[in-house]
Write a protein that binds this ligand. Structure first.
Ligand code: BGC
Length: 756
């Protein structure tokens, strides 16, 4: 009897479960069939795509330039006819509200479906107000500051009708011969990843529909910063391990932060050009990382597949790129010219085109352009925003924090810097002294040199009673030394000489690799002549890359790496020279002793024969030490910071536990100052070898004279992960060193163990 009751109960339970499954399937089907369950953006875009012809779809996949960058856009190009015919998805280098409004009007009012255009531009370090080059700003180690820079650059650009920047550039580089180091954030994957997140957040903000934010574009995907021999566009070839450990993390961080678009790189990677590399664009970007934005090529790079020897002709180039995951063709016109025929002849699936169009239209939807195509096009906002005080003030703050003091020796009674405002005669000598244009640095967007405060003006403004003498001395290039004698005479009349030397804006950046990276032209010869006067001298290194200093230049008692600081550069340098701002920048790229040390970076491996200058048969040079001239993380202050008492919360941690690392920092000088406290780790034994130091944390702190602060960091086992022998991203139990200090070479150390 009991058994029968149980059997009945079990049967009714089974029936009940079957019914539930049946009804829930029905309701799932309903959901799938009901478009209102889709995200509004998907529903909108699907509806729109149903009405689009194949030709119109292909039209969305093209990005054309509106002409030169700094000279201004043009309405004469062939692209105008294409916009009117609905054959363009986006235009770049189109600047100003009035100009872009007319283009948008053509797209919206003169085409059948009225799909609005995207407006892209290289807002790399500012739109009109130019901030320090990204490499310089990375030396601030101030993430909040960098986020604000990106947000203000976005606000200014957006006010002029731009809604998409080709930034941030996240190519790690350890080769300062490569000119584009100026656009990146240096050599370290940890720091670059933090900066990547920060800049994406800054550009894109919280609300894509806000007319003050713009889409970010992560570039150049991938590993563009490691061209062989430092030559731009050259081949990149590295191990998968190196790629994943060092080069990939910043791009991934940016995607995790929500970057909307990605630009392919010019280079090949493991034999396959990045623009047709499905491993990069599909396996890693979309499948591993879940990227749902769109991919644009770099300038003409679909066409360049032919030069790479990867495609036979344009048709093949189009097939390879589209199938690899490239959605938008920048400027090569190959999609426009070939996709139609390729679909008709069944050599490309229309589905692939649909996927690309959908991704592009979704971004337009997210920006709010379907709601209001003129959202970004407001003349009043443009007038109120461009060069507004808010933006200019921040450009000054950013320039101040970007400056790195490399050397400051005793001279006479004390340190040579800061200079006394009581000096009577100051000489400024060198091609950067009164220069405005080159202060802006490479990729200076629509920056206007007339708005730049140059070094001469900056000093004049800072110390009004000073008699400032000036001599150009020489140019950035060429052999002309006719200005030397005037420069020497000028120096002789001065109490202090400022040497304003460096690179012009074209001597770094794209297509600006240099095999020798000392001061170009005859600048070093000029420096040598001025040194002979015996005058107290300050050398300003004003360049877009680490500059190698010759033996004599290294002896100059004060050396400041100012980089290219943008619109407010002269003011910032003047404040540092005269002590109104205490420099706090720290190098994010190692400065080598000479080119032979390149590639140069702090996080080297120990090797089987670790460096020992006294033992010939260790990893070393015969002619120079292994140590660079200035290590990663290095930068002086006008005050002094002392480190002591490195303490760990435990000497053993399990994977679930956290290790608290504390170090005491004291400002033992006489003025307040900011210090970037750095934390490094070394995994002593691994299933694959690990670098001798890896940055794992940093804090920028302000200390008053005499003030002591405990600075603490928390390390988790997740922070100790790397790609193990099986290419799994794991932390391996074992012994670790932890280092805390003022730069990568000067640290206190302690040891701990991670247990399984
Ligand atoms: C550069 C990109 C840039 C593009 C558009 C290319 O030459 O490599 O970084 O975004 O031009 O101006």
């Amino acid at each position: 009897m009991v058994r029968i009751i149980w059997q009945n109960r079990i049967l009714s339970l089974i029936l009940f479960i079957v019914l539930i499954i049946f009804f829930s399937c029905q309701s799932d089907k309903k959901l799938l069939n009901n478009p209102s369950s889709q995200k509004p953006e998907t529903e909108f875009v699907n509806n729109l795509m149903e009405r689009m012809t194949l030709e119109e779809k292909i039209g969305q996949l093209n990005l054309y330039t509106a002409g030169g960058d700094v000279t201004g856009p043009t309405m004469n190009g062939n692209y105008i006819a294409k916009v009117k015919a609905g054959r363009v998805g986006a235009v770049f280098n189109a600047l100003s509200v009035s100009f872009n409004k007319e283009l948008q009007r053509m797209a919206v009012e003169e085409t059948r479906l009225g799909i609005p255009l995207l407006f892209g531009y290289d807002v790399i370090h500012g739109y009109r107000t130019i901030f320090p080059i990204p490499l310089a700003e990375s030396c601030s180690w101030n993430l909040e500051l960098m986020e604000k820079t990106a947000a203000l650059a976005a606000e200014e650009a957006a006010s002029a009708g731009i809604n998409w920047t080709f930034s941030p550039m996240l190519d790690i580089s350890r080769d300062p011969r490569w000119g584009r180091v100026a656009e990146g954030s240096g050599e370290d994957p940890f720091l670059c990843s933090m900066i990547a997140r920060t800049r994406v957040k800054g550009y894109q903000g919280e609300d894509p529909e806000s007319p003050q934010t713009i889409l970010a574009c992560v570039k150049h995907f991938a590993a563009y910063g490691a061209p062989v021999a430092g030559r731009d566009y050259a081949t990149v070839d590295m191990s998968e391990r190196m790629f994943r450990d060092v080069y990939l993390p910043p791009y991934q961080a940016a995607i995790e932060a929500g970057a909307s678009t990605v630009m392919t790189a010019f280079n090949e990677f493991d034999g396959v050009p990045a623009t047709a590399n499905s491993y990069l664009l599909d396996s890693i970007l979309r499948k591993e990382w879940g990227f749902d934005g769109f991919v644009v090529t770099d300038f003409n790079s679909i066409k360049e597949l032919n030069n790479h020897g990867f495609s036979e002709n344009d048709e093949m180039a189009a097939i390879l790129s589209l199938n690899a995951g490239v959605d938008m063709d920048m400027q090569s016109d190959i999609y426009a010219a070939n996709l139609m025929n390729l679909v008709k002849s069944n050599r490309i699936e229309e589905k692939k085109i649909d996927e690309a169009v959908r991704r592009i239209l979704i971004m337009k939807y997210r920006l709010g352009l379907f709601r209001d195509p003129y959202l970004y096009l407001d003349e009043e906002r443009e007038k109120a925003t461009i060069y507004s005080n808010k933006i200019l003030n921040h450009a000054l703050a950013s320039a101040l924090e970007s400056i790195v003091l490399l050397r400051n020796e005793n001279y006479g009674g004390g340190k040579i810097l800061p200079l006394s405002k009581g000096i009577k005669n100051l000489a400024i000598i060198g091609p950067m002294g009164k220069n405005k244009l080159d202060m802006l640095g490479c990729w200076h967007a629509a920056g206007d040199e007339r708005k730049v405060t140059n070094l001469f003006e900056g000093i004049q403004e800072q110390v009004s009673q000073l008699n400032i003498l000036y001599s150009l001395g020489c140019d950035f290039e060429g052999e002309d030394i006719s200005g030397f004698s005037h420069a020497v005479k000028t120096a002789q009349q001065a109490d202090v000489v400022i040497l304003a030397m460096g690179e012009n804006d074209a001597q770094n950046g794209e297509a600006a690799s240099r095999s020798q990276i000392g001061f170009p032209g005859v600048q070093s010869r000029l420096i040598a002549e001025i040194r002979k006067t015996g005058k107290p001298t300050v050398l300003l290194v004003m360049a877009g890359r680490p500059i190698i200093l010759n033996d004599e230049e290294q002896q100059i008692p004060a050396i400041i790496n100012t980089w290219h600081l943008g619109t407010q550069g002269g003011r910032a340098i003047a404040q540092v020279l005269f002590g109104d701002y205490n420099p706090s920048g720290k190098l994010t790229m190692t400065i080598p002793r000479n080119e032979g040390q390149i590639p140069v970076f702090y996080s080297q491996k120990n090797t089987g024969r670790p460096y020992n200058p006294k033992d010939r048969f260790t990893t070393k040079y015969l002619d120079i030490p292994n140590e660079p001239l200035f290590p990663f993380g290095f930068g002086l202050s006008y005050t002094q910071f002392d480190y002591s008492s490195l303490q760990l919360s435990d000497s053993i941690i399990s994977p679930q536990e956290e290790l608290v690392v504390k170090v005491m920092v004291r400002n033992s000088g006489k003025i307040s100052g900011e210090e970037v406290v750095q934390l490094y780790v070394r995994d002593l034994v691994g299933s694959v070898t690990r670098p001798i130091k890896e940055l794992k944390g940093f804090r920028k702190i302000l200390l008053e004279p005499g003030e002591i602060r405990w600075v603490s960091f928390t390390l988790k086992s997740d922070d100790l992960r790397f790609y193990n022998r099986e290419m799994k991203f794991v932390a391996e139990p074992g012994a670790f060193m932890v280092y805390a200090g003022t730069n990568s070479a000067e640290c206190l150390s302690a040891k701990f163990n991670l247990i399984p």
